[in-house]
Design a protein around this ligand. Structure first.
Ligand code: OFO
Length: 164
Protein backbone atom coordinates (compact mmCIF):
# COMPACT_ATOMS: atom_id res chain seq x y z
CA UNK A 1 0.00 0.00 0.00
CA UNK A 2 2.96 2.39 0.13
CA UNK A 3 5.81 3.06 -2.24
CA UNK A 4 9.42 2.50 -1.17
CA UNK A 5 9.92 6.27 -1.27
CA UNK A 6 6.89 6.88 0.96
CA UNK A 7 8.01 4.17 3.39
CA UNK A 8 11.43 5.83 3.60
CA UNK A 9 10.11 9.33 4.34
CA UNK A 10 7.55 8.07 6.87
CA UNK A 11 10.40 6.28 8.64
CA UNK A 12 12.47 9.48 8.53
CA UNK A 13 9.58 11.27 10.20
CA UNK A 14 9.69 8.79 13.11
CA UNK A 15 13.28 9.90 13.57
CA UNK A 16 12.33 13.60 13.36
CA UNK A 17 9.66 13.12 16.04
CA UNK A 18 11.96 11.12 18.31
CA UNK A 19 14.61 13.82 17.92
CA UNK A 20 11.96 16.41 18.84
CA UNK A 21 11.20 14.37 21.95
CA UNK A 22 14.92 14.18 22.80
CA UNK A 23 15.45 17.90 22.16
CA UNK A 24 12.62 18.91 24.49
CA UNK A 25 13.79 16.45 27.12
CA UNK A 26 17.21 18.09 26.92
CA UNK A 27 15.53 21.48 27.35
CA UNK A 28 13.67 20.06 30.39
CA UNK A 29 17.02 19.05 31.87
CA UNK A 30 18.50 22.50 31.11
CA UNK A 31 15.58 24.16 32.86
CA UNK A 32 15.87 21.85 35.88
CA UNK A 33 19.57 22.73 36.12
CA UNK A 34 18.79 26.44 35.97
CA UNK A 35 15.93 26.06 38.51
CA UNK A 36 13.12 27.02 36.15
CA UNK A 37 11.05 24.04 37.19
CA UNK A 38 7.87 25.33 35.50
CA UNK A 39 9.54 25.60 32.10
CA UNK A 40 11.05 22.15 32.75
CA UNK A 41 7.60 20.70 33.36
CA UNK A 42 6.27 22.27 30.13
CA UNK A 43 9.18 20.72 28.20
CA UNK A 44 8.66 17.29 29.81
CA UNK A 45 5.06 17.26 28.57
CA UNK A 46 6.15 18.46 25.15
CA UNK A 47 8.76 15.72 24.98
CA UNK A 48 6.13 13.12 25.79
CA UNK A 49 3.81 14.45 23.08
CA UNK A 50 6.61 14.13 20.54
CA UNK A 51 7.14 10.51 21.53
CA UNK A 52 3.44 9.95 20.90
CA UNK A 53 3.78 11.58 17.47
CA UNK A 54 6.60 9.18 16.64
CA UNK A 55 4.41 6.26 17.73
CA UNK A 56 1.56 7.41 15.48
CA UNK A 57 3.93 7.12 12.50
CA UNK A 58 5.28 3.81 13.82
CA UNK A 59 1.80 2.26 14.03
CA UNK A 60 0.67 3.75 10.73
CA UNK A 61 3.58 2.31 8.75
CA UNK A 62 2.81 -1.13 10.18
CA UNK A 63 -0.90 -0.73 9.45
CA UNK A 64 -0.02 0.01 5.83
CA UNK A 65 1.98 -3.20 5.65
CA UNK A 66 5.27 -1.30 5.55
CA UNK A 67 8.44 -1.85 7.53
CA UNK A 68 9.62 0.32 10.39
CA UNK A 69 13.37 0.87 10.34
CA UNK A 70 14.76 2.89 13.22
CA UNK A 71 17.85 5.04 12.81
CA UNK A 72 20.20 6.76 15.26
CA UNK A 73 18.81 9.81 17.00
CA UNK A 74 21.00 12.90 16.77
CA UNK A 75 22.47 14.19 20.03
CA UNK A 76 20.52 17.28 21.11
CA UNK A 77 22.05 20.51 22.34
CA UNK A 78 22.27 20.66 26.15
CA UNK A 79 22.60 24.38 26.87
CA UNK A 80 20.90 27.58 25.83
CA UNK A 81 21.83 31.17 26.60
CA UNK A 82 18.54 31.98 28.37
CA UNK A 83 15.00 30.62 28.83
CA UNK A 84 13.86 32.85 25.97
CA UNK A 85 16.60 31.46 23.72
CA UNK A 86 15.45 27.88 24.41
CA UNK A 87 11.84 28.72 23.50
CA UNK A 88 13.01 30.58 20.37
CA UNK A 89 14.83 27.42 19.33
CA UNK A 90 11.73 25.35 20.09
CA UNK A 91 9.76 27.65 17.76
CA UNK A 92 12.43 27.35 15.07
CA UNK A 93 12.33 23.58 15.45
CA UNK A 94 8.55 23.46 15.11
CA UNK A 95 8.77 25.51 11.90
CA UNK A 96 11.26 22.92 10.61
CA UNK A 97 8.87 20.07 11.52
CA UNK A 98 5.99 21.89 9.82
CA UNK A 99 8.08 22.03 6.67
CA UNK A 100 8.75 18.26 6.92
CA UNK A 101 5.03 17.47 7.38
CA UNK A 102 4.12 19.71 4.45
CA UNK A 103 6.68 17.95 2.24
CA UNK A 104 5.21 14.59 3.27
CA UNK A 105 1.72 15.86 2.42
CA UNK A 106 3.05 17.03 -0.98
CA UNK A 107 4.37 13.52 -1.63
CA UNK A 108 1.03 11.96 -0.66
CA UNK A 109 -0.67 14.20 -3.24
CA UNK A 110 1.99 13.46 -5.86
CA UNK A 111 1.55 9.70 -5.34
CA UNK A 112 -2.24 10.02 -5.05
CA UNK A 113 -1.99 8.17 -1.74
CA UNK A 114 -5.22 9.22 -0.02
CA UNK A 115 -4.64 7.04 3.05
CA UNK A 116 -1.38 8.85 3.81
CA UNK A 117 -2.97 12.22 2.99
CA UNK A 118 -5.80 11.55 5.43
CA UNK A 119 -3.39 10.36 8.16
CA UNK A 120 -1.28 13.49 7.74
CA UNK A 121 -4.20 15.86 8.16
CA UNK A 122 -3.99 15.46 11.95
CA UNK A 123 -0.31 16.41 11.82
CA UNK A 124 -0.95 19.44 9.59
CA UNK A 125 -3.45 20.74 12.18
CA UNK A 126 -1.18 19.78 15.07
CA UNK A 127 1.69 21.79 13.58
CA UNK A 128 -0.48 24.90 13.36
CA UNK A 129 -1.14 24.46 17.09
CA UNK A 130 2.50 23.72 17.99
CA UNK A 131 3.86 26.74 16.12
CA UNK A 132 1.16 28.99 17.58
CA UNK A 133 1.92 27.81 21.16
CA UNK A 134 5.67 28.29 20.78
CA UNK A 135 5.19 31.69 19.12
CA UNK A 136 2.82 32.74 21.92
CA UNK A 137 5.45 31.92 24.55
CA UNK A 138 8.22 33.74 22.65
CA UNK A 139 5.90 36.77 22.42
CA UNK A 140 5.45 36.67 26.20
CA UNK A 141 9.22 36.67 26.71
CA UNK A 142 9.37 39.75 24.47
CA UNK A 143 6.73 41.46 26.60
CA UNK A 144 8.38 40.73 29.95
CA UNK A 145 11.83 41.92 28.84
CA UNK A 146 14.23 41.99 31.81
CA UNK A 147 11.60 41.76 34.54
CA UNK A 148 12.63 38.96 36.90
CA UNK A 149 9.23 39.00 38.60
CA UNK A 150 7.39 38.47 35.29
CA UNK A 151 9.82 35.69 34.35
CA UNK A 152 9.02 33.97 37.65
CA UNK A 153 5.28 34.31 36.93
CA UNK A 154 5.68 32.89 33.43
CA UNK A 155 7.66 29.94 34.81
CA UNK A 156 4.84 29.30 37.25
CA UNK A 157 2.17 29.61 34.55
CA UNK A 158 3.85 27.21 32.13
CA UNK A 159 4.49 24.77 34.97
CA UNK A 160 0.72 24.23 35.20
CA UNK A 161 0.76 22.38 31.88
CA UNK A 162 -0.42 18.81 32.28
CA UNK A 163 -0.85 15.88 29.92
CA UNK A 164 -3.99 16.33 27.78
FE1 OFO B 1 5.69 16.50 16.51
O1 OFO B 1 5.24 18.24 16.67
FE2 OFO B 1 6.57 19.17 17.48
O2 OFO B 1 8.03 18.59 16.64
Amino acid sequence: MISAKMEKVLNEQINEELFSSYLYLSMASYFENTKYTGFAQWMRIQSHEEYEHAMKFFEFIIELGGKVTLAAIEKPKAKWTSPKNAFEEALKHELHITDKINKLADLAIEEKNHAVGSFLKWFVDEQVEEVSHAQGIVDKFDLIGDSKGSLFMLDRELGKRSKD
